[in-house]
Design a protein around this ligand. Sequence first.
Ligand code: 7TS
Length: 385
Amino acid sequence: MDNAASAQKPLAVTNALAHYYATNHANVHRGVHALSDRATEAFENAREYSRQFVNARHTREIIFVRGTTEGLNLVASSYGRHRLKPGDEILVSEMEHHSNIVPWQLMAEQTGSAVRMIPMDDRGEIILDEYQNLLNEKTAVVAITYVANSLGTVNPIRLMTAQAHDVGAAVVVDAAQAAPHLKLDVQELDCDFLTLSGHKMYGPTGIGILYGRERLLDAIPPYQGGGEMIRKVTFQGTEYAEIPHKFEAGTPNIADSVGFGAAVQFMQDLGLDTIAAHENRLLEYAHQQAAEMEDLRIFGQAENKSGVFAFALGDIHPHDIGTIVDRDGIAIRVGHHCAMPVMRHFDVAATARASFAVYNTTDEIDRLFESLQGVRRIFGKWWMI
Ligand code: 7TS
């Protein structure tokens, strides 16, 4: 139950990886030989599956990256250098993962712009009135998570995007926690950039995608320089390749892109609606069980929630909870979840978090709650059992 950190891999994905290495591997986009053609085809097919997964208009808008962290750093760096000037403002919500805060702080420092926080309420929902008050003609970027990893809140991206566009700001969506659970549609959301990690959606580690609106990707400078991303190099100057290759310097992570394509197909074969319905049932079940434990506090009570059940048990430290349930064979995450501002909001150092994937069951949730009774026993809270 630590799937928000990383999901386990189905055979469809591990077989695709093994098959690729055993039969199709070579470097891409450069060989005249058959193997290189096959590798290139497999790699570019994975780009097409990724395009379909986020419903982008064109594969030119899909860049392979290492994961969400790299996607966000790429946008902050390339779009930031293109667009940000002294006095500009970047709006980032209070519930962001550090990877959607720190790259913007780095860019703000370099450009003389400022990062401002969109606050949330105690249920873990963005305060939309405050968001609207923060938007003004200085707002250049709104960087927002679709689903918060520490709370499970699903944010109203479509609405926030429309309001950001009214003041001329670009919208960057962190879809790391949304991609495993929700149907993504960049055209419907109308966002300018969206990024996700393959390893959280049953795919390999070290691979993810960044979607960018074609017009913007064309306008902004490359992120890294090297092979693959150029059209012509001389000592007088360099012409860059067309997108998406302009943003893919060096030999790409070919095998894991293929594995990622297989993960996308795995999810689509199961059905994104089926996955969401199953996980929502699990979350609801966990909330029902929790209601019967009066010393259990839930972090994240948003109306629209997905995947994450974060909690505290009386005054027992989350690290103790995590260690004890692990003895019962249950994996949960404890700590600040790379979201220290969220911990600060609730005035705690850490929380315990169970996060669900399509293979989890209500039986497993029963076992988690039995194990939590064991935690209470160990800490001598016998009167609560
Ligand atoms: N954004 C969100 C919302 C995340 O949950 C994470 C990882 C990231 C960005 C970074 O993703 P990466 O694949 O580049 O590392 N979140 C978690 C988590 O909740 N527990 O471990 C990692």
